[in-house]
Design a protein. Structure first.
Length: 285
């Protein structure tokens, strides 16, 4: 069972990470940029002589590794799920450089015996040369096996509800059959995204798309629509994972303009008529 005091006070060492132009291009390819080789806008994320880093690349930098597997946490990590994901963007991510990841546990919510617990994490991505924060990554893990851990009782944050009307805009993206095999090269080597037998043992028909790949593709859709293709306008976005996607499927992001630079959104797989990311809210400058 999760040890509340130990996990809340978990000491993370700073994580220094160097990344190159090659890494930045590879990340963009993993999100499907370049699917149309004649799309001039996509080439901004793929050609080294004018390269712009996709801002969601910050979510794959500076990670602490599989710290929840440490026996001292008491976490039943095999039953953990990636529940929510968010990103706050303060300044552009350079196309290459050295960054420091500073990770921290910010909250634990005990949903009760047999109902699991929620673990909230934050990670600042800091440019090493200047000490300036580039972005803050937020995430929530749903720990299915740790309900009744004794964390102080508190209400779960209320998720954003998208408007009850037709979306103002929808952005459709095809995913390539090998999408997960490309995206995993950005750092997530979990075999359920690559090995059919491992995926079946985990309860999936075939390897699934990384949740953070789906998240990055949602960011791609928001940049193309709400941001008017101006990558610098995206300031924050987040929401909840609700189902896995499979490589080769279509992802449609439905977007609602809610005023004052706020846009609600959700991502759907039309082929299966299923929402894979919900309660989305983005802030655009």
């Amino acid at each position: 069972m999760l040890d509340y005091e130990t996990v809340m006070n978990w000491k993370f060492e700073d994580v220094r990470q160097s990344y190159t132009v090659r890494d930045t291009i590879l990340y963009a390819l993993g999100l499907g940029y370049g699917h149309d080789p004649l799309d001039e806008d996509d080439l901004d994320y793929l050609l080294e002589d004018r390269l712009v880093a996709v801002p969601t690349m910050s979510v794959v930098l500076g990670g602490p590794g599989p710290w929840m597997t440490d026996p001292r946490t008491g976490i039943d990590w095999i039953k953990s799920l990636h529940g929510e994901q968010g990103l706050k963007i303060y300044r552009p991510l350079p196309a290459s450089g050295d960054v420091i990841g500073r990770n921290r546990v910010v909250d634990i919510i005990d949903k009760g015996e047999g109902r699991g617990a929620l673990l909230m994490l934050e990670r600042d991505i800091v440019e090493e040369s200047t000490g300036e924060i580039i972005a803050t990554r937020t995430s929530t893990s749903f720990l299915r096996g740790d309900g009744g851990c004794g964390a102080p009782a508190r209400k779960q944050p209320v998720p954003h509800a998208v408007p009850d009307r037709k979306p103002d805009e929808s952005y459709v993206m095809d995913t390539r059959p090998e999408a997960a095999l490309i995206y995993r090269l950005s750092g997530d080597w979990n075999p359920i995204h690559a090995d059919p037998q491992k995926a079946k043992k985990a309860g999936f028909d075939r390897p699934i798309l990384h949740g953070l790949c789906t998240y990055g593709m949602i960011g791609r859709a928001l940049i193309a629509t709400a941001c008017g293709k101006d990558v610098s306008r995206l300031r924050a976005f987040g929401g909840r994972f609700s189902a896995p996607g499979y490589p080769g499927e279509t992802i449609r992001v439905d977007i609602w303009d809610e005023g004052d630079g706020q846009f609600g959104f959700e991502a759907r797989i039309p082929e299966r008529d299923i929402v894979i990311f919900k309660n989305g809210l983005a802030q655009v400058a």
